[in-house]
Design a protein around this ligand. Sequence first.
Ligand SMILES: [Cu+2]
Length: 348
Amino acid sequence: MSRPRTLRRAAIASLVASVVLLAVVLPLVAPVVRASQEGRELGQPHVSAARAVASHVNVTINTSATPAFVPNAIHATSGQNLTITLVNNGTFNHTFTMSSNGTERFPQSWSPTQLSAYFSAHTPLVNVTMPAHSTTAVNLSVNSTMAGGHFEFVSLVPYQFQAGLYGFLNVTPPVSSHLTFYVNASDSLRFISDTLNASSVTAFPFEATVFFGTLGVLSHTFTLSPLPNYNLSSDNFTSFFTQHLPLVDIPVPLTAGSYTNGSFVITAPGYYEYICTVPGHFASGMYGFLYAGVATPSPPVPVVVSTAIVQSEILIGGGSLLGIGVVLAAAASITGRIPPPKPGEGHH
Ligand SMILES: [Cu+2]
């Protein structure tokens, strides 16, 4: 009588245990499973086909009483001719002055004198006046060397840049290759993966999209340096990114299993560092490298699937290793087969 009841109780208990285990483990595994179901291994690229590009585009930028260019971000593809119509509906004169350096970003703390001095030393790509209540058009041929650049435009009328009159022309190449990566953030302050492999790319520039997800609950960012072969430091990255616009800077979604994505263009071979800009995270090891047209370090960095799961496996694995160790030590003490370590022997 009591035996079947015990069995049934045991069955119910193990069922409950399984459901609880699944509820805890599934959200952790879901993003990884989803990425691999879509044929996208973490850290490994998915390469897709080209898109058609218009040869000429028109954009309009407006200004009014508010100190802002609207929109303050415009896009072009290299090889395109761009006509920018500048409409000034306000009562102040402005200039529309665009930097010829696509990686530089002007600190908003710069004085009018510093900004003018910069443009005296570095010829702007575009420099026209926008008189009050007028419309001006400017043509710009966006050439291939501009691909991947973020060209800042400002008003040089004193204190207008400082008040917010600035924006960016973002240039992407005609897409001959487009790589997609999946990266997850873990609350043990690691990127999974910390190695993005674009080693096989030979044609530059190329476009890439990163899908950024989380295995935990903390806030993180995926922030990619625009400079090849440059190692960021946890002391200077904040000032670095105020002067060099990140190639991509996206926050992690706060729900496991969903992704935020950002696209960017790599113009030159090299390794590019990505970090998490949440205070303390980079210093704790939250960084990684994208290898574009250059070999990844050998041996490759192992891919950790989920910290939470691995930790429980380490506990179980560590426990059994300890057991094996005790048995081996006992056996060795009996048979005397393990020689004592010799001094001076080690790595050559
Ligand atoms: Cu972080």
